[in-house]
Design a protein around this ligand. Structure first.
Ligand SMILES: [Zn+2]
Length: 318
């Protein structure tokens, strides 16, 4: 072997050795390892449970019932004669005068409260507020924080012999989600007496329920993840537990403090959940903590901004 031959031989050996080293390094990094679960770490921000009113002084049909907005629209059917129209308007004025609510009459099927009139009272035993009743919510979505009333209905079939629109006010309070009470002096007592009034518990309850304006609230409903070597498989669900539809949002995934990726999850309806499932997300480096953040850039205005992340940590292996 000449000198030239020896040189190439050594060069070849060095290249081979380097290739082997690099291959071993990559094998080490990417070799499928035992998948490890990541566990949710209790986060302080999650301890700050949103404070919405669910201990109201007045009883409702479902928990925390309210319309999306403080400004509520209504329509009055043509079948309502003049005196019933003025009674109904008197009832809206009664509530508006003493609460944060406002009412606006519109001539559209989109009205949130529809007022109908009939001369036929519902038969005994059919006085269910949601079916044949006199007044009540007709479409309700449980968004978690609230039972959001999408539509309410009022049927006026009784002649009101009392001054002050007592029957219409009683029915309007049902349409606002309130059930009867045991206070004979209250307008929500099951049997009507002309001297009954809107008691202060009702006013207080309405003002507490409508304390927050109509905004969505995004939270992680569920988060699970497994890590296999540098690869992450995860499944997260974001819930809109608020009062209105949440505009398009993103989920950011952090590996320790480094951004691994972001994912568009689009808009989320009231009380709806969006599921994001990702497999084999390559993490920037070895990691012990994964943080999911929804709407990190605060593009969605929410009821609560301090409940938008969830932290998962590697479980100790034994
Ligand atoms: Zn009633």
């Amino acid at each position: 072997m000449n000198k030239r031959g020896v040189f190439f031989y050594i060069f070849f050996l060095i290249v081979l050795l380097a290739t082997l080293l690099i291959a071993t390094y990559y094998l080490y990094i990417y070799w499928p390892r035992q998948p490890v679960d990541l566990q949710i770490v209790p986060d302080d921000s999650l301890q700050n449970k949103p404070l919405v009113e669910n201990n109201l002084p007045s009883k409702q049909f479902y928990h925390s019932m309210r319309y999306q907005d403080r400004a509520i629209t209504y329509s009055i059917a043509d079948s309502c004669a003049g005196d019933r129209v003025s009674e109904m308007k008197g009832a809206f004025a009664n509530i508006a005068a003493r609460t944060v609510l406002t009412f606006e009459q519109i001539n559209s099927d989109d009205a949130m409260i529809k007022v109908l009139c009939s001369d036929v009272a519902p038969e005994a035993g059919q006085e269910n507020y949601f079916v044949a009743g006199e007044g009540g919510p007709s479409r309700v979505v449980n968004s978690t924080l609230y039972s959001v009333i999408l539509d309410g209905k009022i049927s006026l079939f009784r002649e009101d012999k009392c001054a002050g629109a007592k029957v219409a006010t009683h029915e309007l309070l049902h349409a606002l989600g309130f059930d009867h009470n045991n206070n004979p002096a209250s307008i929500l007592y099951p049997t009507l007496k002309c001297e009954q009034e809107i008691d202060s518990e009702i006013i207080d309850s309405i003002n507490r329920l409508y304390h927050y304006e109509s905004l969505p609230d995004l939270v992680f409903y569920l988060a699970t993840a497994t890590k296999s070597g540098r690869y992450l498989n995860f499944n997260v669900e974001v819930l809109n537990q608020g009062l209105s539809v949440a505009g398009p949002a993103k989920i950011s995934v952090y590996s320790d403090d480094e951004l691994a990726d972001t994912f568009d999850i689009g808009a989320i309806g009231l009380g709806s959940r969006k599921i994001l499932t990702v497999e084999n997300l390559k993490l920037p480096r070895d990691t012990n903590k994964i943080v999911f953040v929804v709407d990190e850039e605060n593009k969605v205005q929410e009821l609560f901004e301090n409940n938008n992340q969830v932290i998962l940590r590697l479980v100790e292996q034994r």
